[in-house]
Write a protein that binds this ligand. Structure first.
Ligand code: SAH
Length: 499
């Protein structure tokens, strides 16, 4: 089975640096199930192709399986594995190009970060779901997809198509991302992962999917198939992907142009650049004159939410603010951009989210004066933590709905009972508005444990305020629909003078 990777970047032979495999050599890598060979059928400045050829030894394949192997049958010995680009190719690709997949290239660091013109070819790929599924999986990642079902037998066209597809992908993509797309999506298309799936598969999936999987429209299918339909693992993986960002509702909104925000934060710039470089599918180009004016004015909900929170904090005169469940740090970045916020905290339970936040905020290059205003740390909102005290205001933006209802009382105690800031801003989806999202079935995000009506949120918030000595007022965020209310609801809590 064969995979070829071609670039026409100038000079194209840089591909050798990126893959850490010299274009003039033929190299063999032994795998537990056979041998992977890397060679370059063509390599000049204008065009360079690396080929990964995998020869599978069916006997070694059977032997390489652990004792816990689920079944024994003849099909273990007689199958398509030696011929088709299955999940075994993904495994070989994962190990042979490990460094390239991590996006590391000591010799040419700038190259590893750059999107390159690439063509990937897989002459025979088992594809349950046919060419159409291949398109649904690769197109949102910015690939132009050529997928053609292969006939069962060239001599007998009336027999119809086989389950194999010839796949050609073309796009301008970072090589590391391209390899990770294949690493995850080959076994997904194959849907017959034949080796025993261990819990660390979830980690592998999250790592390989970093930067693109959590925003992929077929995230659910990819996760379930990749994990061989182990539902418990798939649920864990989906929850962890969900921790990476609350972007589903933005995807439900029609694509709209955003007015330039008044102050672009560094985080915004990096996020935008990253989105463009890695994950953004090519936007449909709409000629300017046909875009209705009122549509252009609408801002994505996450931007409106951030602006509403910032405006409220300013109105309340908060000088020190902690963002609880700060996720990837977009609000933290926006707070730091305004000198009026002299002390800014960010806390999240997910180390992955914090790592991304640190990168987006460019923590390593942040000027000392700004860095000194910021404290970013890991913690759980359901455990008392002294680091949460001493702020004028705390923000819980789209966080409570990620907490299991039985744990909410612990969160209330931690935030309103112990940390006790002067103000607490809580935002959460208004489930009544969900009928306005045409394609939504169920809740807005797979990790949401609940979504509340305005009445439910008000009941919870007034209960909390009463128990902990706060007053609460409610603000709509986003278009306040006369029938179903706004997409996001915000509770603004202010501590009573006496408590
Ligand atoms: N506030 C951010 C992120 C919202 S997503 C924004 O509006 O963009 C929800 C975030 O809450 C995730 O980053 C998740 O890791 C975090 N979270 C969920 N449960 C948590 C808990 N118990 N303690 C701390 N953070 C939690």
């Amino acid at each position: 089975m064969l995979l070829t990777i071609t670039t026409t970047a100038n000079p194209a032979t840089d591909l050798g640096f990126l893959l850490h495999k010299h274009p003039e050599r033929v190299q063999e890598f032994s795998q537990s199930f056979g041998t992977a060979t890397v060679f370059y059928p063509e390599a000049d400045d204008r065009r360079c192709t690396a080929a990964l050829m995998l020869e599978v030894d069916p006997i070694a394949l059977v032997r390489s399986r652990g004792k816990g192997s689920p079944d024994f049958s003849l099909s273990q010995y007689v199958n398509d594995r030696p011929y088709a680009a299955s999940s075994l190719l993904a495994v070989a690709l994962g190990s042979v190009f490990r460094t390239a997949r991590a996006g590391r290239c000591a010799a040419r660091p700038e190259l590893a970060g750059a999107a390159l013109p690439l063509e990937l070819r897989l002459p025979a790929l088992p594809c349950r779901g046919g060419p159409d599924l291949a398109r649904r999986l690769f197109e949102p990642l910015g690939w132009e997809v050529g997928a053609q079902a292969l006939p069962l037998d060239d001599g007998f066209p009336e027999w119809g198509d086989s389950r194999y597809v010839r796949l050609d992908l073309r796009g301008t993509v970072r090589l590391a991302d391209a390899l990770n797309h294949l690493y995850v999506l080959l076994p997904v298309l194959d849907d017959g992962k034949h080796y025993w799936i261990a819990p660390d598969e979830v980690d592998k999936l999250i790592r390989a999917g970093a930067g693109w999987l959590h925003g992929h429209p077929e995230r659910g299918l990819i996760t379930r198939r990749y994990l061989g339909r182990r539902w418990s693992l798939a649920r864990t993986a989906l929850a962890r992907l969900a921790e990476l960002g609350d972007e589903t509702e933005e995807q439900l909104e029609p694509a709209v142009e955003e007015d330039a925000p008044p102050e672009e934060t560094a985080a915004d710039e990096v996020a935008a650049a990253e989105a463009e470089a890695h994950t953004a599918p090519p936007e449909e180009v709409v000629p300017e004159e046909v875009v209705p004016e009122e549509v252009v004015k609408v801002k994505p909900l996450n931007v409106r939410r951030r602006e509403a929170v910032l405006a409220m904090l300013a109105e309340l005169g908060a000088v020190s603010v902690i963002d609880l469940g700060c996720g990837q740090g977009d609000l933290v970045g926006a707070l730091l951009a305004q000198p009026r916020f002299a002390k800014v905290g960010g806390m999240d339970v997910s180390s992955m989210a914090l790592t991304i936040a640190a990168r987006k905020l460019r923590l390593d290059r942040m000027p000392d004066s700004r860095r000194a205003r910021l404290t970013l740390f890991q913690g759980a909102l359901t455990y008392t933590d002294r680091r949460l005290s001493g702020y004028d205001a705390a923000v819980l933006m789209e966080v409570i709905e990620h907490v299991d209802p039985p744990r909410l009382a612990a969160l209330e105690r931690v935030v309103f009972g112990h940390a006790k800031p002067g103000h607490v801003l809580v935002t959460t989806p208004n489930i009544e508005y969900n009928v306005r999202y045409e394609f939504l079935t169920g809740l807005r995000h797979p990790d949401h444990r609940f979504e509340w009506t305005r009445a439910e949120f008000a009941a919870w918030a007034t209960g909390v305020a009463g128990r902990y000595g706060y007053q609460v007022a409610f603000e709509p965020v986003g278009e306040d629909d006369p029938e179903v209310g706004p997409p996001t609801q915000m509770g603004v809590f202010t501590r009573d003078q006496r408590s």
